[in-house]
Design a protein around this ligand. Structure first.
Ligand code: UTP
Length: 297
C-alpha cells in the first residue's frame, strides 16, 4: 500500500532573474498576489490537501520567507492591543497550521539539485514537491487530486497540463502509453523530454509544478549528470527512475497561473482580485473604466 504523504518540499532557491530588479533584494516567492505572497498559496494548498510538514529549500537573500512563516510576536501583540482580531487571526493561521523546516541549497544548481538537498529531511517516505510559481485554483486542491492517484496506483505522480504547440519548449514534456485505462486524465508515462523543440515534443502534455515522488528519486538524481547549463534537471532524474518503475501523469482539473513570468503574474493578480468578495465589485468597475480596446491610444 502507498505510504501517506506527510511532507511537501518547496524549492525556492532560484535566482528569479525574470523579475529583476524586483528580485534583487527580495525573493520572487514573496511577490504579492493581492495580499498574500505567492508561496503562501502553495502552502495553503498543501495544508488543504492534508500535508502540513513543509520543507523550504532556500538560498542567499531568502530570509523574508523564513520571517513570513515565523510567529511574529511584536506584530501579534500590537494587533491584539488594538483589537484587530480579524488581522490577528489571519497572520496566526498560517504559522500555527504548519511545521516548517528550511534547508539551504548552497548554489542554484538546478531543480533536481534543490530536491536532492532535502534527502536527509525527507527520509524514506513518499513526498510532494510544489513549485510555488504555479498557483493553481482547484477543487479539490491540485495536490489532493494527485494524492488520490498516488494512493490508487502506488507510484510517482507528475502533474501535467495540455499546452499549445508553441509553448512545449518551455516545459518538460511526457510521452504516454495510449489506451491504458487508468482513470480520467491519468496516464502512464513512457518517456520525458526536457524543453523539446516543437517538432520533437512527444505530446502536448507539459509537466507543471507539482510532483509526488518516492525516495528512490534521490539515488536517481545522484546518478544524473548536470546538463550543459551546469544544472541537474529533475526531469532527467525522473527519466532515469522511469527505467526502474512506472511513473504516472495526472491532468489537473483547475486553473493554473504561472506567476514566474510577468504576464502570468499579472493575469494571476487580476484573477485572484476578482475572486475576493471585498474587492471584486469595485475592482471590476475600475477595469470597466479602462479603454481596453486593442490599439487604443
Ligand atoms: P525557475 O526555472 O523558475 O528558475 O525555477 P528561477 O531561478 O526561480 O527563476 P528565473 O527563471 O531566473 O526567473 C523553478 C523552481 O525551482 C527552484 C526555483 O526557486 C523555482 O521555485 N529552483 C531552481 C531552486 O530551488 N534551485 C535551483 O537551483 C533552481
Amino acid at each position: 500500500m502507498a505510504g501517506a504523504i506527510r511532507k511537501a518540499v518547496f524549492p525556492a532557491a532560484g535566482l528569479g532573474t525574470r523579475f529583476l530588479p524586483a528580485t534583487k533584494a527580495q525573493p520572487k516567492e514573496m511577490l504579492v498576489l493581492v495580499d498574500k505572497p505567492v508561496i503562501q498559496y502553495g502552502v495553503e494548498e498543501a495544508v488543504q490537501s492534508g500535508v502540513d510538514n513543509i520543507i523550504i529549500v532556500t538560498g542567499r537573500g531568502k530570509n523574508a520567507i523564513e520571517d513570513h512563516f515565523d510567529v511574529a510576536v511584536e506584530l501579534e501583540s500590537y494587533l491584539e492591543q488594538r483589537g484587530k482580531t480579524a488581522q490577528l487571526e489571519e497572520i496566526r493561521k498560517i504559522s500555527r497550521l504548519i511545521h516548517v523546516s528550511y534547508v539551504r541549497q548552497g548554489e542554484p544548481l538546478g531543480l533536481g539539485h534543490a530536491v536532492l538537498v532535502t534527502k536527509q529531511m525527507v527520509g524514506q517516505e513518499p513526498f510532494a514537491v510544489i513549485l510555488g510559481d504555479d498557483v493553481i485554483d482547484a477543487t479539490p486542491p491540485a495536490l489532493k487530486q494527485m494524492i488520490d492517484v498516488f494512493e490508487r496506483l502506488d507510484g510517482p505522480v507528475l502533474a501535467v497540463e495540455r499546452v499549445s504547440a508553441d509553448d512545449v519548449s518551455s516545459y518538460g514534456v511526457v510521452a504516454i502509453q495510449e489506451g491504458a485505462d487508468l482513470g480520467k486524465g491519468v496516464h502512464r508515462i513512457t518517456d520525458m523530454v526536457e524543453k523539446p523543440r516543437r517538432e520533437e515534443a512527444p505530446s502536448n502534455l507539459a509537466i507543471i509544478g507539482r510532483y509526488i515522488l518516492t525516495p528512490d528519486i534521490f539515488p536517481a538524481l545522484e546518478a544524473t549528470a548536470s546538463d550543459r547549463t551546469g544544472e541537474i534537471q529533475l526531469t532527467n532524474g525522473l527519466k532515469r527512475l522511469l527505467r526502474e518503475r512506472p511513473i504516472y501523469a495526472c491532468e489537473i482539473e483547475g486553473v493554473r497561473h504561472d506567476t514566474g513570468n510577468k504576464l502570468g503574474f499579472l493575469k494571476a493578480l487580476v484573477y485572484f482580485a476578482l475572486q475576493r468578495p471585498d474587492l471584486a465589485d469595485p475592482f471590476r468597475r475600475y477595469l470597466e473604466t479602462l479603454n481596453l480596446k486593442v490599439g487604443a491610444p
